[in-house]
Design a protein around this ligand. Sequence first.
Ligand code: FAD
Length: 282
Amino acid sequence: MNDSNKTFSFELFPPKTDAGADKLKQAVTELNAVEPAYFSVTYGAGGSTQERTFATVDWLRDQGIDTAPHLSCIGSDRDEILDILNRYKNQGINRVVALRGDLPSGAGLGSLSDLRYANELVALIRADLGNYFHVEVAAYPEVHPQAGNADKDLANFKRKIDAGANGAITQYFYNAEGYFDFVERCEKAGIQVPITPGIMPITNYGSLARFSDACGAEIPRWIRKRLEAYGDDLAGIRAFGEDVVTDLCERLLTAGVPGLHFYTMNQSGPTLAIWRNLKLGG
Ligand code: FAD
């Protein structure tokens, strides 16, 4: 498979403990051996992980690794956001993932921040920092859970692109058809940026099911049923999950996706197993 013109990236979250930090460093060392385009680092809404995100980003930069910090705007004011962006700029970081972030349950939008939606964050980045940053935004082939409907969600996605985003990374999905349909609708709407599938390896059924319910990602019934049947057999879940996600990635790559963004969950093993199955090199 010729994948030299595709962008492969790995997502990390900032660890909470020293043991988690050690584990992350080990995982990054192993993942970096296959030479991804960059690592992205998540950021908790309202700055809840700010120091830990900075520490992770700083460590990656010290290793000479290309890094794309996530930045969510909800719960922060303009000046705080611009300070963070300028911090990254001064470090030579030129790629960010611009997000709204998730609201604390029960909170209204108005009182929480200067910026209410991710398109406003993209507009702020372009207004204050011009084209310095390559900006990725989030996309939802299976529709964002708070969107009024699929058409409104697509129109809102387009606002982010029109505000100046260079590309998008999707929420993870296991239905390739949903992604293909979304990309087709985007093209019809005049959206031309690369829309990179987000890929979530399957390692643990319980946590995946909980997380998927919360973020609106569907686990197809046949996959749920097969995973449930494994019960506590974690090795069985991993092996089945590896097959399912490898097949998904193969389909996506064959169809010509612009790359893959792996949600590594700070573990190298599951992502690298899929990577090797795909014969992506490194
Ligand atoms: P938006 O694009 O602002 O959309 C949010 C909702 O509002 C959607 O329903 C949309 O249809 C609607 N909407 C958008 N614009 C408007 C408008 N102008 N008027 C009316 N409605 C509008 N969360 C974190 O906290 N930290 C992270 O690091 C993080 N990383 C992520 C990375 C990826 C690749 C993805 C897919 C998600 C990530 N998330 C992260 C989760 C994300 O913050 C949540 O899904 C959040 O609920 C929406 O963020 P958004 O940037 O997509 O929001």
